[in-house]
Ligand binder design. Structure first.
Ligand code: CO8
Length: 261
């Protein structure tokens, strides 16, 4: 496997079915500089292409998932540098991964760090996690989905408050507000995320990616269109061997043997 400067990519879980990507730029609290985001993209694409990997866990350190976009990199930029250079456009790569991506957030997930967590499919938090969109306090606004995904996740009033005060929320609040699925002791968080990945790995990879695509569709479209999209994919599952196997195994009272086909 290739090695990266700012991320570690490994395989964990039963049969190496869970990819683990760890952001690793400790001196800057995993601030998301251009090079780190390139490393992250290629690490994810490598795991996406690996047929044994069923799900991917993305984590940082116990102190910081990521403290945001790299402020030192942005400090002297002008509008034209950002616009003509499509500044940070490459971040979208994360949202095009078709396998499930689970964010395991310990410590700070601020600004771009919170946005990257929200680009993932599921967020698990450590008890000391802090989520925030502090851009307002450095004279800018969220630029990678903070005003959009946060609003969909926790509602307008709470998202508005976070984006215009810059005040972060803790793991408990994030859990009550539905931003994260569950909260765990910091030292167990990554293992819990890997276990969740293993449970996903019990299922057919092709059907899992259809389920992911269908849930994501609800973010992008009207109810009627989303229901039609879901129905078509549901019908589509009947073109797979895994649907036949899953239903046959149920009737025969045995475990299914999915072949991702
Ligand atoms: N960028 C660059 N360096 C950072 C960042 C950052 N976001 N965050 C921390 N660092 C660096 C610090 O500069 C420091 O480096 P040095 O030792 O060389 O001075 C080192 O990390 C340690 O940081 P601190 O000493 O500040 O550590 P503390 O424990 O005292 O504080 C905090 C931790 C509270 C997390 C603090 O570091 C902080 O407030 N960080 C900035 C948080 C922030 O404002 N993030 C938002 C950035 S803006 C953004 O993300 C916009 C995204 C837009 C995306 C657009 C896509 C198209």
């Amino acid at each position: 496997a290739p090695s990266y400067k700012y991320v570690l990519a490994e395989k964990k879980g039963e049969g190496g079915c869970v990819g683990l990507v760890t952001l690793n730029r400790p001196k800057a609290l995993n601030a998301l500089c251009g090079e780190l985001m390139e490393d992250l993209k290629y690490a994810l694409l490598e795991l996406e292409a690996d047929p044994t990997v069923a799900a991917i866990v993305l984590t940082g350190s116990e102190k910081a998932f990521a403290a945001g976009a790299d402020i030192k990199e942005m400090q002297h930029k002008g509008f034209v540098d950002c616009y003509a250079g499509s500044f940070l456009q490459g971040w979208d790569a994360l949202t095009r991964i078709r396998k499930p991506v689970i964010a395991a957030v310990n410590g700070y997930a601020l600004g771009g760090g919170c946005e990257v967590a929200m680009m993932c499919d599921i967020i698990l938090a450590g008890e000391k996690a802090k989520f925030g969109q502090p851009e307002i306090s450095i004279g800018t606004i969220p630029g990678a989905g903070g005003t959009q995904r946060l609003t969909k996740a926790i509602g307008k009033s709470r998202a508005m408050q976070m984006c215009i005060t810059g005040d972060p929320i803790n793991a408990q609040q994030a859990s009550e507000w539905g931003l994260v699925s569950s909260v765990h002791p910091p030292d167990q968080l990554v293992n819990e995320a890997i276990k969740l990945g293993e449970r996903i790995g019990n299922h057919s990879k092709v059907i899992v990616s259809m389920a992911k695509a269908s849930v994501n569709k609800s973010y992008e479209t009207s109810l009627a269109e989303g229901l039609q999209f879901e129905k078509n994919l549901f019908y589509g599952t009947f073109a797979t061997k895994d649907q036949t196997e899953g239903m046959t195994a149920f009737v025969e009272k045995r475990k299914p043997n999915f072949t991702d086909s």
